[in-house]
Structures are given as structure tokens and as C-alpha cells.
Design a protein around this ligand. Sequence first.
Ligand code: ADP
Ligand code: MG
Length: 396
Amino acid sequence: MNSIKKNKFSSANPRGGNKDRRQVKKKESTLDPRLFVKKAKPSGQEGFRTEKSFSDLGLNQKLLQNIHAKGYQTQTTIQEQSIEQLLRGRDMMAISKTGSGKTAAFLIPIIEHALKDSRNFTALVVTPTRELSLQIEEEFKSLTLGMGLNSATFIGGTNINSDVDKFKRKLHVIVGTPGRLLDLSDRKNLDLSKINTLVLDEFDRMLDMGFVLDVTKLVNRIGKRDQTLLFSATLEPAQRKLIDGLLTNPLEVNVAQGSTTNENIEQQTIYIQEGQDKFEVLYNLLSKPSLEKVILFTETKRLADRLAKKLIQVGIKAGQIHGDKSQNFRNRMIEEFKSGEIRVLVATDVAARGIDVADVSHVINYQLPMTMDAYIHRIGRTGRAGKVGHAITFIN
Ligand code: ADP
Ligand code: MG
């Protein structure tokens, strides 16, 4: 397997493999590599799903059909612990690891509330990333097929003028990122005072990414509302005060401590020896067909671009998503990755947050993430929905 020729890569990177390493040097991660080795303890479908069906919740028949049509037979743990209470209108603070079915947990009660008062009801779902917004709307659409409920997504990187048209009809669910939502509120297109239910998804990410001021502004403009739901993978004590100010007597649900990684993920490390070409190691790894659908993480946008280019040059179907790419481009990449046209998606942390692509077989950290939190979110892209996933971290 080591027989690949050096010159195969030389056209892609004339200065050789050292270039990548030099870039990492700038800001070296201080995380302990031992943290990234862990056997999977697959819980299979049992750990992910409960025995409880959706049929006993008294849901609208059409909604129930749509849930079943999506292949959801029984509720996941978080769904079992929250839907019933959310239907009654309670606030909630949920800590849950990624891939545990949070989206349907908050959308199902929202859909029920929208059906009960479809003329007036509006829910606002705020997310840290554009991709996550789009995925949530997609899930909403599939859950409400044929039900006459409307939704729209408002995210940065798109033409704000075409957003304005979306308000021409009654919207039951509005999804978006904080900046764009505020812009639309400033322009008086979005009336935040009319929001009944507010969902803050991946709240911890939102804080990480510096949206605190925007989120606070949004929440203040909404003012009085019927229900607030807050989802987070981790709960830092420092967030507590902020959270308490957002929620009233919330139901607190904690499904598996979010600061531990998903048990369904097999974690291993690969040490890159002095003088060894990192790209060559990657190439050898990718010669195994078992690496079917791979997300490859880098710390910088530039390296993401370069790696995608190099992979394509050596005949591996690759694409890249990062913050400098247009939204259209990012959407197309995710679609191609989902459909299998692309085998390796090279990504930076920000662009990859919240991506839910089924069957990601491997997450590879080409560079060590800066924080444990970033690591947990990266590898959380695999091992979803009770399947076993693999995480491989390169250590210099
Ligand atoms: P989270 O928001 O917790 O990261 P998602 O809501 O994105 O998780 O769900 C993860 C995956 O599990 C998605 O592919 C979703 O379609 C699937 N899923 C959600 N609920 C169920 C269910 N009850 N049964 C089977 N699959 C489900
Ligand atoms: Mg989610």
C-alpha cells in the first residue's frame, strides 16, 4: 500500500508535504492525543430508539403518517422525554448529544400547535449555521407534507431581497441564523413580536460563534412568548445565567452527558512521523473501500481548498465547504455528498456544524482541533442514528 509514487502528488503540491505542517505550527492544539482513542460501544438501535411509538401521543393523523413515512417507527430517547411535555406548552432546556433526534423532538409539538391555530401561530427556530437552518426546514417540510403549513429559511449569504417575498404568505415556522433574522426585523419584514414559540438550537455553538449579542437582541425583540426551547450538546456553568433568563420553569432533559463523545464512534489516532508525507498517509487510508463517506476536517479554509484539489487530482471524488464559499456552493456540495457523488467532503468546523448526512462512515481530523468541544462536534457527524461510525485523528 505504500507503493504510491511521490510524483503523483508533486503537481498538486510542488513544495511537498511540509507545507501543510508548517501551517499548523502557527496555532498548535494543546489537546492530549490520548483523548482521541476509544473503542466503540455500539448501542445499536436500542440505545438510540425507545420502545415507545408515536401513535400514543394523540398526534394529527397526517403528521403521524408523515413521521412513519420518514421511517421513524419509535421515538428516540430525547423525543420520548420531551414531546409530551412540549405539547402541553412547557419551556424546555435539553442537553443531548448530536444525532439523537432533537429536530423532530421540537418540530412535532410545533406542528401540533400550528395546526391548532394555523392563522396566528408562528414558531422561530434560530440556529448557529446556515446548513443547520436548511436541514431543519427540510425536516419540517417532510413532516408536514400535505398539511398546508408554510415555512421559510432566512440565512446570510443569500439575497435579502428574495427573502422579502417569502413573507407574502403566512409562515408557521421561520428558521434562520441570528444576523439575517435581525436584518429582516430591522427592515420591518419580520415582526418578531408575533412569535409564539422560540427554539434556540445548538445554543452552545451559538455562544461559541459570538452570536451572544445578536441572540439577546432577537430575544428582546420577541418579548413575551408562549414557549421557549433551548437545545445544547453541552452545558457550561457560565451559560447558566443567560439560560435562566430565557426560560420559565423549564423541563430539564439530559440525554447522555453532552461532554462525552457518542458511544457509537470508534476513535483512533494515526501518528505522522517526522518526514512522513501526511497526504500520502491520507491517500493510503482512502484506498480502503470501507471509508465510504468521509468528512475530512482542517483548521483553515486554505488547507480545505488545497486538500480537496489534491484529492481530486489523485482521482478521489472530493469537495469542500467552508465559510468563504457561497451558500449555493455549500448547498451543492452537501447535496453531492449526500447522494454519493462526492466521497470525501473537506470541511472547516464552522461550515460543518449541524450537518446531518446519513451514513457518514468516517470523520478524519487532518489537523487536531483546537478544543475538545470542536472535537466532539466534528466526530458527531458520524455514528448517527444508532450506527457505528469511525473517527481518525492525525497527530503530528
Ligand atoms: P440532532 O439534532 O440531535 O443532532 P437530528 O434531529 O438531526 O439529531 O437526528 C439525527 C438523525 O436521526 C436524522 O437522520 C433523523 O432523520 C434521524 N431520526 C430522528 N428521529 C428518529 C426516530 N424516531 N427514528 C429513527 N430515526 C430518527
Ligand atoms: Mg440538531
